[in-house]
Write a protein that binds this ligand. Structure first.
Ligand code: DO4
Ligand code: MG
Length: 291
């Protein structure tokens, strides 16, 4: 089962269950749905049973065609966090990027404790089709396509979505203490197009990640990785994130990138980034840069 958040043409926000990838059953209009938003739905003890019974009930509202609404990033008040250097490719790229921090990246890849950093508040997140941003003061920028874990307030892994950890490699490479500036700014994070519930997600051995960047009509980068290349388990990352750390509004945790373009590649304003993850779908977004 997949859950989406959307905005109607009259500006109202709704949430619901996807039917195929063509329409959404609007749960906010369901008289028997107790949840007021996506977050509250993700808090349900037995989410699949709850949804199954809502969909089977006589008063289920009619589905809305997906073209009639604008999909929104599938989060409400959740903080967005990210793990880093969870794939060998990320470790190698970072060691090339910063001689000063090379040993930090080498050690964190092998350490028990992972790299975890705060990535975004909901206002910094771009949904499907909404622009992600290159910082005004950055000259070397990449998308980072990452599987994102959806965690409820009890720190349970309830679902998955597609994440884009936009990163300014020149700022991060200049000094590791600039990491927060390379990673956290307006529209620095993409999420969507919807959430696949844990019960509907394929096993790790079947989750591939694909990144494509288009400039005008030309594909200027493509790369692939696989969740099996990730050096850490989801449970391990959630366990470290949740140590002495509470999430009353839930959290989204990006699990790190296994795709880093060669060092001569940088994003440009006007590019389009497509990130596809098996079991979820494709998050597509244009790139902008302010001046
Ligand atoms: O420390 C650098 C950030 C690493 C990261 O974002 C990743 O590996 O995905
Ligand atoms: Mg990343």
């Amino acid at each position: 089962m997949q859950l989406a958040k959307y905005r109607t043409s009259s500006g109202e926000t709704g949430f619901g269950v996807l039917e195929g990838s063509k329409s959404i059953v609007p749960l906010g209009d369901h008289p028997s749905c107790e949840a007021a938003n996506l977050f509250e739905l993700l808090e349900a003890d037995e989410i699949v049973a709850t949804l199954t019974s809502l969909l089977a009930s006589e008063d289920v509202p009619s589905a809305i065609a997906i073209e009639e609404v604008q999909l929104e990033a599938p989060l409400d008040g959740q903080e967005v966090w990210a793990a880093g250097v969870t794939y060998k490719r990320s470790k190698t790229a970072r060691m090339e990027e910063s001689a000063a921090a090379a040993s930090c990246y080498d050690r964190v890849y092998a350490s028990d404790r992972p790299e975890l950093f705060f990535k975004a508040t909901p206002n910094r997140v771009a949904g499907p089709g909404q622009p992600v941003r290159i910082r005004v003061d950055a000259s070397w920028n990449v998308p980072e396509p990452e599987l994102a874990l959806v965690i409820n307030s009890r720190k349970q892994l309830v679902g998955f979505t597609v994440g884009n950890d936009m990163s300014s490699r020149d700022i991060e490479g200049d000094n590791p203490l600039y990491l927060a500036q390379a990673k956290v700014y307006n529209q620095s994070c993409g999420l969507g197009p919807w959430i696949t519930l844990s019960s509907a997600m394929p096993p790790r051995s079947e989750i591939g990640i694909q990144l494509q960047v288009f400039r005008n009509t030309e594909r200027v980068f493509h790369g692939e990785t696989h969740i099996e290349q990730m050096a850490r388990s989801f449970e391990d990352l959630i366990g470290w994130l949740g140590r002495d750390n509470s999430f009353p509004a839930g959290a989204i945790l990006l699990t790190g990138t296994g795709i880093v373009p060669e060092n001569d590649f940088t994003l440009l304003p006007g590019d389009r980034i497509d990130i596809s993850i098996d079991g979820i779908g494709t998050l597509s977004a244009p790139v902008i840069q302010g001046s």
